[in-house]
Design a protein around this ligand. Structure first.
Ligand code: AGP
Length: 612
């Protein structure tokens, strides 16, 4: 997912741009560039990292007080210097950075070529830049802003853009549709960015643009309108991000820092929501829609990747305790398969970033079909959170590592609270059980701490399996989603092919994979499935598989049976996912580090997939 940062004011713009791009690196990218205006327009861009860009501009003139920067995650056109952003128009009047995909760029490009426009790159972004210049030069007294709005009205697809016109050097123009863009408000200065992280050190006052908003910022102020030129009232959001949130501190990687933050972030997720006397769970963002949840014929939980795994935990718990039918859907499938939805359905979107394109699109489809739509998001003010009828923020703090860790446990914590609240309101859970589950949840941060202190042991086990080529993760019940999540963690940061499976499915295929070269990770904490999962372990052992098991502390039986074990404290089965995932997060982290992988920015991955 591309990253954007822009500035106009009195400060030297270069450090703001480069520093902003460094804070955006976590989003994943393959090239970077900046454009700075100071009497003339200077554009510097190259394939590679932000550090490569810094080396490239070391001897260049980077003075100026207005400019933009971009980290590119290639969609159209291979990663190279030419295709990197910013892009300039043919006659040099405009420079632009873009996050998104222009679906009709080919027809626009061929039309512009017929009109004599010459292109330098393979990108869809350059097409938009030249379309703006085309409108700018075509009419009489067409302003830069009008040219931008005219061009955007022809675009099909998603965009978050920052545009500069060298003939109107006192302003920057920003616009969004489908790709997030935020305006940071300073004193006589404005910041533009894909999210708050690159600009939060300068201001905590943000305006999150909505689809088809256009913002024109200059030292004199801000104008907000739609691409149809209608004025837009805007809301200023105060973000509570600190610089510390954006630094690794004493940790080697953001992922490790975020794994170790989980005792605090899980507590932050339920803090203020579980009443001190544990008599009730207060989910303020759901108050207005709660009657719809209670009366729902069906709850459909949608998400992608890790968020989809958290949704599975929610499905199991809501059905078991609140007795409301639940379906879990991959957003990327749900949005296209023509599902049957109605007003008695509630659709919950789980999304850490709140910007995942498939999840946002699936949610909009559900809204159009009359369902009540809710969000469980981590980023305040994100597109999904602003699209819903209500929701719950996970309060996990900014998650920089591409591999989701603290967001997952925060999402599961919200699912647990939601299931318990629904069950209590419906009277489908015994008060004693409700109370014991609440107490168990409240003890999770301490129990997670007790697992984290065992990280040297987990690292030792990781060293044994770092050269694996494949891995199989197995679980049952509430621990089946944990097996899926553990496998995703390993594959996405160590590039080992890891597959998560319901343990009961072993005999229907996966057991054919088992041999002495295959590590089999079994999530086997004590629960009602325990006897069954032990027999699965025996089946693997009989075929010389290497078994690494997540077990309940003191399980000497499995310690005896397995090659290696990760012990977790005893807890109620519905709470166990919050504990069982911790050693698997660390296991995958250490293996990835031992394999020399780029843990925080794994190859080919982006932190949030805002393009389809
Ligand atoms: C998980 O480690 C990955 N980063 C990825 O699967 C992620 O969970 C998925 O892209 C969904 O992102 P979201 O929660 O921001 O919607």
């Amino acid at each position: 997912m591309c990253g954007i940062v822009g500035y106009i004011g009195d400060k030297n713009v270069y450090p703001i741009l480069i520093g902003g791009l460094q804070r955006l690196e976590y989003r994943g990218y393959d090239s970077a560039g900046i454009a700075i205006f100071n009497e003339d327009l200077k554009v510097y861009k190259c394939k590679g990292k932000v550090s490569d860009l810094e080396n490239y501009v070391a001897s260049k003139d980077v003075h100026g007080t207005v400019g933009m920067g971009h980290t590119r995650w290639a969609t159209h056109g291979e990663p190279n210097d030419t295709n990197a952003h910013p892009h300039t128009s043919m006659n040099g009047n405009f420079v632009l950075v873009h996050n998104g995909i222009i679906e009709n760029y080919a027809e626009i490009k061929s039309d512009l070529i017929k009109k004599g426009i010459v292109f330098k790159t393979e990108t869809d972004t350059e097409v938009l830049c030249n379309l703006i210049e085309f409108y700018y030069e075509k009419g009489e007294n067409v302003s830069a802003e009008l040219a931008v709005r005219m061009a955007l009205s022809k675009i099909v697809g998603a965009y978050g853009i920052v545009v500069f016109c060298k003939n109107e050097p006192d302003k920057l123009i920003a616009a969004r549709k489908g790709s997030p863009l935020v305006v940071g408000i300073g004193r006589g200065e404005y910041f533009l960015a894909s999210d708050a992280t690159p600009i939060v050190e300068y201001t905590d006052s943000m305006i999150y643009l909505n689809d088809e908003d256009v913002a024109i910022v200059s030292k004199d102020g801000l104008t907000l309108k739609t691409i149809q030129n209608d004025p837009v009232a805007f809301k200023v959001t105060k973000v509570d991000l600190s610089i510390g949130d954006l630094e690794k501190g004493n940790f080697e990687h953001f992922m490790l820092k975020e794994i170790f933050e989980q005792p605090k972030t899980i507590a932050d997720t339920f803090r203020g929501r579980i009443k001190a006397d544990q008599s009730d769970i207060v989910l303020g963002g759901l108050i207005d829609v709660f009657p719809k949840l209670l009366a729902a014929d069906r709850i459909i939980i949608i998400g992608c990747g890790t968020s989809w795994h958290a949704a599975l935990v929610g499905e199991y718990m809501i059905e078991e305790y609140a007795r409301i039918p639940v379906e879990v859907e991959y957003a990327s499938e749900f949005r296209y398969r023509k599902p049957i939805l109605g007003e008695k359905d509630v659709v919950i979107a789980i999304s850490q970033s709140g910007e995942t394109a498939d999840t946002l699109a699936a949610l909009k489809m559900a809204k159009e079909m009359g369902a009540t739509i809710l969000g469980v998001c981590n980023v305040v003010g994100s597109s999904i959170s602003r699209e819903t009828d209500g929701g719950v923020y996970t309060h996990a703090g900014v998650e920089i590592g591409v591999a989701s860790t603290k967001a997952f446990t925060a999402q599961v914590t919200v699912m647990i609270m939601l299931a318990l609240k629904l069950a209590k309101e419906k009277g489908t859970i015994a008060p004693e059980l409700y109370g014991s589950l609440i107490r168990d949840l409240a003890e999770v941060p301490g129990k997670v701490k007790s697992i984290l202190v065992k990280h040297p042991h987990i690292k030792e086990i990781a060293e044994k399996y770092k050269d694996a080529v494949n891995a199989l993760y197995l679980g049952r019940g509430y621990l089946f989603p944990v097996a899926l999540e553990g496998a995703l963690k390993l594959k996405e940061i160590s590039y080992i092919h890891a597959e998560g499976y319901a343990a009961g499915e072993m005999k229907h295929g996966p057991i054919a994979l088992v041999d002495t070269n295959l590590p089999v990770v079994v999530v086997a904490a004590k629960d009602s499935y325990y006897e069954k999962i032990v027999s699965n372990i025996q089946e693997v052992k009989a075929r010389k598989g290497n078994i690494i098991a997540v077990v309940t502390e003191g399980d000497s039986h499995l310690k005896e049976m397995c090659n290696d074990v990760f012990e977790i404290p005893k807890s109620h089965p519905a709470i166990a996912p919050l504990l069982a995932i911790i050693p698997l997060q660390l296991f995958s982290y250490y293996i990835a580090v031992l394999r020399g992988c780029n843990v925080d920015q794994p190859r080919n991955l982006a932190k949030s997939v805002t393009v389809e």
